[in-house]
Design a protein around this ligand. Structure first.
Ligand code: B12
Ligand code: SF4
Length: 496
């Protein structure tokens, strides 16, 4: 069978998709042919314009993402996809989508409705947490609920031999009387999976600029799921939806990770990885010791995500020893009560401070994840988050507006809808329209835009930054001037 994966990713957001790379490897093991249509480097008029308008406060590096596409022609997604269809002529199109990218994938496929001669299957987070929504478009024949490794192999086998596919585990499809969701199989044994297949991805996905140098490498995941229950996250929902398959949260054996990363080093000269696991320090010291023993000789660098409650000196020392150079922390809110009551994250500010102190001792770079627009949140609460980041001396704060994903507690409590009046999924970048906080969506947008300025610049300048929150002509000019000034300050700090 010829399987064409469709990856509707944000323009110039490089990084190999772990799910697709695993599925491709598994399908190739069974002699299927696999190809990929990926939006990441398709330079369309719209995406190109949007990128040139974006203005980040972070210190710019001399290795820009734009340089990766400098020589590429501007073309439409449709033109590019049509070419791929003609070249590859797939037997099955396999769309991998999150909630925020599902419509991007479907809209492209709809353009080709009359020309497509093959079946279309959708998998990924969105199909798992919102199966009815994912099955609604006419163009979709099947969806995959949960893990796709076994399903894809069986489906390809059935379709190629004309066998009945209707009983395949994890498969769901439309019937006259509604939808049929088949039983789920047990979770796959992660230690039996082959090395993920990076070969179907554009090599520019391996571009990894870090602290002034450029490395080769990408995302890699050692686990599935997460043991925590944050109210805004789909993790708990996935655990409940997939409980028939067993215990969702699990790590593969360190030897599997070591073997896969050695393969990547040999094949792609990959030396920089981003571990996509939700919480690497949840694993025991013994597990990390074994991992360190195998990874240290590989001499790789990597970044990972951590929870403060799990941070201990010994675990950080082991991670540092095996190559950890960057860690990201979800602070989400600087106000402990909001964090606990609204987000169901029970860690204390004191614990975060202690964890960061330990990590700083090892010279590991720290970035934070923060959210605003939270239910019950006031402007003063946002400033608690800004001040907390400032106190922690954070230079790279990622800031998002909370998004009520379907089925999560935040969505249920606030009775939010997935789709707007026109039937489109509300995009993550427009999440302020959910209007969940005590601020107006405009105020939330203004604060999101200027969060890093408030964090980097001295408090005497805050009254000026307030003007930059506004989307007026003057506000836009002040914003640009302050971004320039912040970058100069950061540059100066780093050159000292
Ligand atoms: C790593 C990661 C990222 C990375 C890299 C993604 C990548 N290139 O791989 C980065 C940092 C770029 C990222 C960005 C974002 N992410 Co993210 N990310 C993750 C994370 C932590 C791990 C993903 C992963 O590697 N999973 C492991 C693989 C093996 O699982 P999988 O992808 O689900 O694939 C399996 C099945 O779903 C299925 N499957 C997948 N595709 C297909 C296709 C077919 C046809 C079939 C049959 C089956 C199938 O089979 C696979 C193997 O079993 C998840 C949380 C999580 N633990 O899953 C969040 C997660 C996917 N991200 C999320 C979000 C919200 C985002 C952002 C929107 C964040 C933001 N505010 O910007 C952006 C969007 C980027 C974009 N593309 O537009 C949410 C998605 C929620 C939702 N309902 O959509 C998640 C679930 C986090 C969360 N807990 O809320 N993310
Ligand atoms: S720790 Fe991260 S992945 Fe786990 S439930 Fe919370 S937000 Fe989700």
């Amino acid at each position: 069978m010829k399987v064409l994966f469709l990856y509707p990713n944000k323009y110039l957001s490089p990084g190999i998709n772990t799910g697709i790379s695993i599925l491709s490897a598994v399908l190739k093991q069974e002699n299927n042919e696999v190809s990929l249509f990926d939006y990441t480097f398709v330079k369309t008029k719209e995406s190109y314009k949007k990128l040139s308008k974006s203005m980040a406060v972070f210190l710019p590096t001399e290795h820009s993402l734009e340089s990766l596409v400098a020589d590429d022609p501007v073309e439409s997604l449709e033109e590019s996809f049509e070419r791929r269809l003609e070249q590859f002529s797939p037997d099955l199109i396999a769309l991998s989508a999150m909630t925020g990218t599902f419509d991007m994938g479907i809209n492209l496929l709809k353009e080709f409705k009359s020309k497509l001669k093959c079946k279309v299957i959708v998998g990924g987070v969105h199909a798992t947490i919102a199966p009815e929504d994912a099955l609604t478009p006419d163009i979709v024949d099947f969806i995959c609920v949960g893990e796709g490794e076994e399903l894809m192999v069986e489906l390809c086998d059935c379709l190629s031999k004309g066998k009945d596919y209707r009983q395949i585990s994890n498969l769901a499809f439309k019937k006259k009387s509604g939808i049929q969701v088949n039983k789920l199989h047990s979770f796959v044994n992660l230690d039996e999976l082959p090395t993920p297949d990076w070969s179907i991805f554009d090599s520019r996905h391996l571009f990894r600029p870090f602290m002034g140098n450029v490395y080769q490498g990408s995302f890699y995941i050692m686990s599935r799921g997460c043991p925590y229950n944050c109210s805004y996250c789909v993790s708990k929902l996935m655990r409940q939806t997939l409980k028939e398959s067993g215990s969702h949260y699990r790590f593969q054996h360190p030897t599997t990770t070591i073997s896969h990363l050695s393969d990547f080093k040999k094949q792609y000269n990959a030396t920089w990885f981003k571990f996509a696991d939700d919480s690497i320090m949840s694993m025991s010291e013994k597990f990390l010791e074994e991992l360190a023993e195998g990874l240290t000789p590989l001499k790789i660098n990597f970044g990972c995500s951590v929870r403060p409650e799990t941070t201990t000196d010994r675990k950080v020392a082991l991670l540092k020893q095996m190559g950890c150079v960057a860690m990201s922390f979800g602070i989400e809110s600087g106000n402990e009560e909001l964090r606990r009551k609204v987000l169901n994250r029970t860690m204390l500010n004191k614990q975060i401070e202690q964890a960061i102190k330990i990590i700083n001792n090892y010279g590991i770079r720290i970035s934070t994840f923060n959210m605003i627009g939270l239910p019950e949140e006031t402007r003063d609460n946002v400033f608690e988050t800004i001040r907390f980041n400032k106190k922690l001396n954070i230079e790279a704060a990622n800031i998002y507006c909370i998004y009520p994903y379907p089925g999560t507690e935040v969505s249920k409590k606030n009775k939010t809808k997935l789709r707007d009046n026109k039937g489109n999924i509300i995009l993550i970048d427009n999440a302020s329209v959910f209007d969940l906080s005590k601020m107006s969506p405009l105020e939330v947008e203004g604060l999101r835009k200027t969060f890093n300025l408030y964090m980097i610049l001295p408090e005497e300048l805050w009254p000026v930054i307030r003007y930059a929150e506004k989307n007026t002509e003057v506000g836009i000019d002040i914003f640009a001037a302050l971004v320039k000034y912040s970058r100069e300050l950061l540059k100066k700090k780093h050159s000292n």
